[in-house]
Design a protein around this ligand. Structure first.
Ligand SMILES: [Zn+2]
Length: 394
């Protein structure tokens, strides 16, 4: 008897999630069309819709077109029922966004600092950005439903940043720290996983099932979408290709090894190489500055991008040979230099990937621009909130 009751409860929760998802994906939609699409009977749909309306997750909006008979009342997902905060915590910036429950950006805040910034300063900026976004959130029934933070490092399931070599962070219980400060559910994830998820759900990866997302910033991370699912590996540590070896006697990396890909193809390396040029000696070097110079016809800047792009393509050819993906997406900071890196990178890929792996293969840049990771963690936060509300087991 116990089991039957348990099962009935579970079936109801699953049905409710299906109804909400149908409204979220296809609204405005009538009860009859939900019933048809979900194959749930009309009575079940009606009672679940009533519950969702009481919970402020759905509302009725006007009258729809008649398909013969009475004109139906249309239902919409209440994307303003609550808001999430998505943070892309980079090595030299924090980019925060406030989104509604559909993943639309309502407000943003960015702080930039120099590579090598200390933990205390970064945490101060992080709290300031979160506080600003909380204060600008419109009034809503649920308020801030979650904070997601993408970090360039290895993250445990408990939300500890176990290791982030480029931030010099070592076992930081970030989830706990931020939850204690703001009393809102917090999730921490690797920024490349978040970026891959963001692009898959809202950006360039929506039509592909097997996607390799290359997050090229100060370091390099890779997020893998395999058969439509984010592949995390046993403990969530998959995708550390920034430390894939591309040179036997290569440059020492902050991970302790030598010859890692990110020592050759990252924003960090671009800036280091630029520093060694006399012409930039008095400049405050940044990626944006170098793009501007390249656009103005500065051949030194153009050559620097070409150099980085070749290594980027060299590493990507290894990923293509390993995963045989349908699509490669280049995201994060270096994507802003698309004009200067796309051609040499693509040429390297075509020269070094196995020819069987190149057909068909789509090479794209992120569609969400610099927001792939922040929108990715926001999407995680929205999903967690809805699962909590529908009492689904996670
Ligand atoms: Zn390394």
């Amino acid at each position: 008897m116990q089991t039957t009751t348990g099962n009935q409860k579970l079936v109801k929760q699953i049905n409710k999630k299906i109804v909400l998802q149908t409204i979220k994906d296809h609204g405005p939609i009538s009860r009859a069309d939900i019933s048809q699409q979900s194959r749930l009977n009309k009575g079940t749909v009606s009672s679940l819709v009533s519950e969702l309306m009481e919970e402020h997750l759905t509302y009725e909006s006007g009258i729809g077109e008649s398909k013969g008979g009475r004109r139906p009342v249309m239902l919409l997902f209440n994307e303003q029922a609550g808001f999430t905060i998505g943070i892309d915590l980079g090595v030299n910036y924090i980019l925060g966004i406030l989104t509604d429950l559909q993943g639309t950006i309502v407000e943003k805040k960015e702080v930039k600092y120099f590579e090598g910034a200390k933990y205390k300063l970064i945490m101060k900026y992080l709290f300031e950005v979160i506080e600003y976004l909380i204060n600008t959130a419109p009034d809503s029934p649920y308020g801030i439903v979650g904070i997601g933070i993408g970090v360039p490092g290895i993250v445990s399931k408990e939300g500890h940043v176990l290791l982030a070599p480029n931030l010099e962070w070592d076992d930081i219980p970030l989830k706990e720290i931020v939850e204690n400060e703001f009393h809102v559910p917090v999730l921490i994830d690797n920024e490349a996983n978040a970026g891959a998820y963001g692009e898959k759900h809202l950006g360039a990866g929506q039509n592909h099932q097997n996607v390799v997302y290359v997050s090229a910033g100060i370091g390099i991370g890779v997020g893998l979408i395999l058969k439509n699912e984010l592949y995390r590996g046993l403990n969530g540590f998959a995708g550390e290709f920034g430390h894939m070896k591309v040179e036997l006697n290569g440059t020492k990396c902050r991970c302790g090894s030598h010859g890692c890909w990110e020592m050759y193809a990252s924003e960090h390396t671009l800036l280091e190489l630029a520093k060694s040029h006399d012409r930039y000696v008095n400049e405050e070097l940044s990626l944006e500055y170098l793009v501007e110079q390249a656009d103005k016809g500065d051949t030194t800047a153009q050559d620097l991008f070409e150099h980085i792009a070749k290594y980027l393509g060299y590493g990507i050819s290894n990923l293509i040979n390993s995963f045989n993906p349908e699509q490669i997406i280049i995201g994060n900071r270096l994507a802003v230099a698309r004009k200067w890196i796309e051609k040499p990178m693509t040429e390297m890929i075509h020269a070094h990937a196995l020819r069987f792996h190149l057909k068909p293969l789509q090479i794209d840049f992120s569609q969400l621009s610099v927001y792939s990771a922040s929108l990715g963690v926001s999407t995680f936060a929205i999903e967690k909130f809805l699962n909590r509300e529908l009492q689904m087991i996670e």
